[in-house]
Every structure is written in C-alpha cells, then in structure tokens.
Ligand binder design. Structure first.
Ligand SMILES: Cc1ncc(COP(=O)(O)O)c(C=O)c1O
Length: 394
C-alpha cells in the first residue's frame, strides 16, 4: 500500500527550483477558501500591487498566470503573435530556442539573432537584423539565460527594438528579484517570470506584465488567441480591475497564498537589497569555486549572480559527482543543458538559498568529493577564500 510522501530535506542550489522559505511553505498550508470569496479577491489585488513592485511597473495588467514559467512564455506569445507576424528571437541558450518554437507554433515567422552559448545577446547583431527586416513587429529575448548563466543588457536591447518600432517580450524567469528588472524604466512591453527561482516560492506560477502598447496589439488582433486558457481578454475577467470578477478558472488558491508571502518578504527586504545580496553572495561563491579550479563559462561582465555555470574539470565524472552530492550531502546542483550537457555544472544561489551558510556548505562538499574523485585540489584553500569574501560583506 502507498503511504504519505515525506521528501528528504535537500539544499537546492541548482537552476531552480530553489529553496522555498519556511514562511512561504507555512502560508501555503493555510485553509483554502473560494476563488471568488471577497477576502480572496482582496488578496489578489494585493498580489498585483506586490508584483508591480517586483517588476518595477505601474502596468495595470500585472498578475500571475496559474501555471509555471513556460505558461508565462506562452501567454506572451499566443497573445502578441498572430499568424504571419515577423518576430526577432534572440537565442543564446535553451530558453531562446523555446521562444522560437513558440513563435512558430503561433504561425509567426521567427528571425533569429544567434549568439554563442555563454555570451550575452549582441546589441549590434540585433540592430543589424532589425535594419535588414523592417517588417519585424516584435523582439523576444531572455534576460537571464539559465542554461548558461549569461545576462543580457535588456535596457539596451529594448531601446534598439523600439527604435525599429517593435514591441518586446522579455523572459525574466531567472532574473526577477535576483538582478535588476525595471519594466517601466526600460520600456519592456511584455514580460514573464517564474516563482521558483529568486522569489523563493513554490514552482507553478508565472507572474506576467503587459503595458498599453502590448495590450493595444492584443486588442487589434485579426484572429482569436488560439489558447482559450491563456487568452488575456478572458483571464482579465477574473484578474482585472474593479470588484466585478467572473469565474475563468479555479485559481490555485494556496499557491497564491505562497506567492503573496514570498512577495511580502521581497518587499520587506527591499528589491535593491535583494539584488545586492545576490551579488555579494555570488562573489563569495566565485572565490571558492575558482580556488577549487572550476572556471566560469561566462565572461565576468555578463555573469548572473544567481546562476553560476562552471566547467567540470577534465577526468571528473559529471553525473557521479552530482549524484554523490545528492546522496551524501542532500545537496542539489544542476547539470549542463543542451550544448553544455556533461561539460558544466550550474550552481544557483537564488532567493532564500542565496545565503552564506549555503556557500560554505556547497564549497566544502564539492571540495570533499572532488578530492576523493582524484581532482587536484589543495585542502582548505577554497573555504578560506569564501570566508575572506564573506568577511568583506557589509
Ligand atoms: C529562463 C527560463 N525561461 C523559462 C523557464 C520555464 O519555466 P518553468 O520550468 O517554470 O515552466 C525557465 C525554467 O527554468 C527558465 O529558466
């Protein structure tokens, strides 16, 4: 007979999900109420306001889609891309490739700006592609490419897109709350994120935000949005302004309690402080990883603080080390994806997981395992580097 499932407690230092804060888990276990209960509607309004803060926007249409980050991606594409639309897709890793797939499935025509994995998206290449394709209507890009740990300059890329009269779709799944994302200041037209990374919330929700220019394109569509569930016109009957809310789908009530708590915690910490914490902890982890002989995939100026991709030393078995970390230390780190499979480890320091104790733990565990796997590691040096870096933190 089956029994209740009690997962082992792990430390999640992979590319996501990251550790969920106990306050968020506690919030999730509160009593379920109805999705049209007036007190729940008030909570929804509060979530919208807190998401506006997280995204740094005044956009009225700012809300969580009731499904994971991929659904946020789809919500942007299915609403904004009509058959025949030309969409410039910037690809420098796995998630840019998924954007291209989305454009194709919407009947759009993808125009690809391709950069090598591990690089940031090149503003010059985007400029050239847009100059050569004056019919393009949308530019899509991933700010924080989780498959490589590279961050692209969203502000500059959006500015270029606007100079060519294009709307922009930005993936901020890994970026949000870990590194600056400024929707209004940068003029981003449509953006989606996820809850399971730097928000320290459970997986399964996708905060999105659309500005008036994006909504104007949705309103002027010639064809129906092909997804009933993600059609913004319909979803807004439930998530829109005012007291009159109509049933669209049964909201994931308890997941929204969790998101509310996670966003409250972000507000309490302050966005700038959260960004600074991710950066400072990244520097401490970097000191330790480099002392272990692990080299970063991404050039320093484009490195994400919340996702550290490092190359696996020659002769060391990727899967064996990750499996030993999990079995012996209950520590999860990420494998390489796509072109980087078997070549890199991805170590996340996201949200609640971005803490000094986790850096010390991860570097100590890696040092022990790499040493026993025969790698050339001088005992104690890496931890001393981490301690020195942590001592410099404010
Ligand atoms: C950059 C990026 N975009 C989209 C997604 C998809 O999010 P989800 O797995 O929540 O559907 C991820 C997930 O890791 C991601 O890192």
């Amino acid at each position: 007979m089956s029994t209740s499932f009690h997962p082992t407690v792990r430390t999640l230092l992979g590319p996501g999900p990251s550790d969920v804060h106990p306050r968020v888990l506690e919030a999730m276990s509160r009593p379920t109420i109805g999705h049209l209960d007036p007190t729940f509607i008030a909570l929804m309004d509060d979530i919208k306001g807190l998401l506006q803060y997280a995204f740094q926007t005044q956009n009225a249409l700012t809300m969580p889609v009731s499904a994971p980050g991929s659904a946020g991606m789809e919500a942007c594409f299915v609403n904004l891309v009509e058959p025949g639309d030309q969409v410039v897709v910037c690809i420098n890793g796995v998630f840019g490739m998924r954007m291209k797939e989305n454009v194709e499935r919407c009947g759009g025509i993808p125009l690809v700006v391709e950069d090598t994995w591990g690089s940031a998206i090149s503003p010059e290449a985007l400029e050239q592609t847009l100059a050569a394709n004056p019919q393009a209507e949308i530019v899509a890009l991933v700010q924080a490419e989780t498959s490589t740990g590279a961050e692209s300059d969203t502000a500059t890329l959006v500015e270029i897109a606007h100079q060519h009269d294009c709307l922009t779709i930005v993936d901020a799944v890994t970026a949000l709350a870990g590194t600056p994302v400024k929707v209004d200041a940068w003029g981003i037209d449509a953006i989606y994120a996820g809850t399971q990374k730097c928000l320290s919330c459970t997986p399964g929700l996708a905060p999105v935000s659309f500005n008036e220019a994006a909504l104007d394109k949705v309103r002027k569509r010639k064809s129906k949005v092909q997804s009933w569930f993600l059609d913004l016109n319909l979803v807004m009957g439930y998530w829109g302004e005012g007291a009159k809310r109509a049933y669209h789908h049964t909201a994931p009530i308890n997941a929204l309690y969790a998101l509310h708590e996670a966003l409250l915690m972000l507000q309490e910490e302050g966005l700038e402080n959260a960004w600074a914490r991710h950066s400072a902890n990244h520097r401490a982890l970097k000191a330790g990883l480099e002392a272990l002989g692990l080299n970063f995939v991404v050039a320093e100026e484009h490195r994400l603080p919340q996702l550290n991709a490092v190359t696996i030393p020659t002769g060391v078995d990727d899967a064996r080390v990750r499996s030993r970390l999990l079995q012996e230390y209950n520590l999860e780190i990420g494998a390489g994806l796509g072109d980087l499979t078997g070549k890199v480890w991805r170590i996340g320091l996201m949200g609640y997981a971005s803490r000094a104790e986790n850096i010390l733990f991860c570097v100590a565990a890696l040092e022990a395992i790499l040493t026993s796997e025969g790698a050339d590691v001088t005992p104690g040096v890496a931890l001393a580097e981490v301690q020195q870096a942590l001592a410099k933190q404010p």
